[in-house]
Design a protein around this ligand. Structure first.
Ligand SMILES: C[S@@+](CC[C@H](N)C(=O)[O-])C[C@H]1O[C@@H](n2cnc3c(N)ncnc32)[C@H](O)[C@@H]1O
Length: 453
């Protein structure tokens, strides 16, 4: 397909998303099924256009003074990809598979935008590309910075990988993860993945980052020998750091209460160097199911999966015994808008209240599992105070035996990176917040709560 035809296809897919209020992934899949001639490169490019347009939906529509899919794609190409009038006229040339030529109004609008994507006097939620109803909640956390925070959330996310240090002992046969074995593994993985040009991540000592171009597909990491051998996992650096901040130590009794597919469980198991006991559970057994294969592949030996059962508390025997309970809570996911731009516009106030109730339930359950002197680590991938600091304040009100550990202490596990990390995050008495703008990661809130002995 020509670049123009790909743009026309992206406009059609966006129109379908809007008209039928359906998820972008479904609309893209249907488009692929009804256009079987399109190759994988075409599909990736069209998906890239659709997701980038969703990322910049409000500012692009504002630039063009219209909310049609055509306006949003055109605005995105100008604001996000920096195409000037001449380049856009070449693409919108009215050819057989191309979008219609630009109108006089469209030409004027795209010419008015400055390079770098500024759009003048737009209100904060438009310039920051987020739903208007979230302006007040975001202003509460970020103040005037909410526009730049929103802009950073409207960029494409890189692909982050976590090196599984447990694979080092699998390779060497030695039980302990000696630092030299870990270094050797990292060098080996870097060499094996050199075609992806990975770079070490800024904060996580076990992270690698792969940049993804505008029209490029995410590389098929699952087919890499390093992945098959359990040496790498796909995990955003923010999620890696959240797991590191939990500071699970070898020999501890740790519960991962919202384990889902096991992303954090695997990282916690690596911190524990396969020593101690990690219990993984989730409310939803379907979400938990993939964890078994992932644990196997990663060479994790110290995890017991406790699959939920109706009318039975599968953690009953652990009451008041855990050194650490990790609550990777269900949340609105506002910190992951870079990866899910579709979710940004689909989010409704009702889903926030639902998540708040779930967070309260799961935090209260965690409180009953921690031993005196033990800790709860509460994590969300949300930016909203209601789900983060407010939720923790309310918890502390209900459970006066817990105290928050100050972020200055929590970050010490990052070693020599701790001071710069602390300067980058937003800190609160209850915890800390990473954001794409501040830490280059997805948005993650982390609170550590110690049960007094
Ligand atoms: C953010 S996801 C977990 C992601 C996972 N930890 C990972 O790193 O891949 C939140 C999880 O909480 C689970 N959940 C919701 N309410 C729960 C509850 N009351 N108890 C336990 N898990 C719950 C959901 O099913 C969902 O899998």
């Amino acid at each position: 397909m020509t670049p123009s035809a790909r743009i026309a296809a992206a406009i059609a897919v966006l129109a379908d998303i809007e008209a039928r209020r359906r998820p972008a992934a479904d609309a893209l899949k249907d488009w692929g099924l009804s256009h079987r001639f399109a190759g994988s490169g075409d599909r990736a490019a069209i998906a890239g256009l659709v997701y980038d347009a969703l990322r910049r939906k409000a500012s692009a529509a504002h630039l063009l003074g219209a909310t049609t899919s055509r306006a949003v794609v055109l605005g995105m190409l100008r604001l996000d990809r920096g195409l000037d009038l001449a380049a856009l006229e070449k693409l919108f040339d009215g050819g057989r598979f191309a979008p219609d030529p630009l109108t006089a109004d469209e030409r004027a609008a795209v010419s008015a935008a400055t390079d770098g994507g500024a759009i003048g006097d737009a209100p904060a939620h438009v310039a920051g590309d987020y739903p208007e109803w979230l302006d007040l909640p975001l202003a509460r956390v970020f103040g005037d910075d909410r526009v730049t925070e929103g802009r950073a959330l409207a960029h494409r996310a890189p692909l982050d990988l976590r090196i599984n240090t447990l694979a080092a002992s699998k390779e060497t046969g030695r039980d302990a993860n000696a630092p030299r074995d870990k270094d050797a593994l990292r060098d080996k993985v870097l060499a094996e993945l050199s075609h992806l040009k990975p770079q070490p991540t800024r904060w996580s000592p076990v992270g690698l980052r792969v940049a993804i171009g505008a029209d490029a597909k995410s590389p098929p990491v699952h087919a890499e020998p390093a992945f098959i051998k359990g040496q790498i996992e796909v995990q955003d650096e923010g999620s890696q750091v959240a797991a590191l901040l939990a500071a699970a130590r070898p020999g501890e009794q740790v519960i991962d209460l919202c384990a889902g597919g096991g992303g954090k469980t695997l990282a916690l198991a690596a911190s524990m160097e396969n020593k101690g006991q990690l219990y993984a559970t989730d409310l939803d057994k379907r979400r938990l199911a993939p964890i078994h294969a992932r644990l196997e592949r990663a060479g994790v030996r110290d995890v017991q999966v406790r699959t939920p059962r109706p009318d039975i508390d599968v953690l009953d025997d652990l009451s008041g015994r855990a050194d650490l309970v990790v609550v990777d809570a269900p949340c609105t996911g506002t910190g992951t808008w870079r990866r899910n731009p579709d979710a940004k516009w689909r989010m409704r106030p009702g889903s926030l209240s639902e998540r708040l109730a779930q967070q309260k339930t799961v935090l209260d359950r965690a409180a009953g599992l921690v031993r005196p002197g033990g800790r709860i680590v509460y994590v969300t991938c949300s930016l909203l105070a209601d789900e983060n600091t407010d939720q923790i304040q309310a918890f502390l009100g209900r459970h006066p035996g817990f105290v928050p550990v100050p972020p200055e202490k929590t970050v010490s596990v990052l070693g020599d990176k701790a001071p710069a990390f602390l300067d980058s995050v937003l800190t609160f008495p209850e915890g800390l917040l990473m954001t794409p703008r501040r830490t280059g990661t997805d948005g993650f809130f982390v609170a550590v709560l110690r049960r007094e002995g």
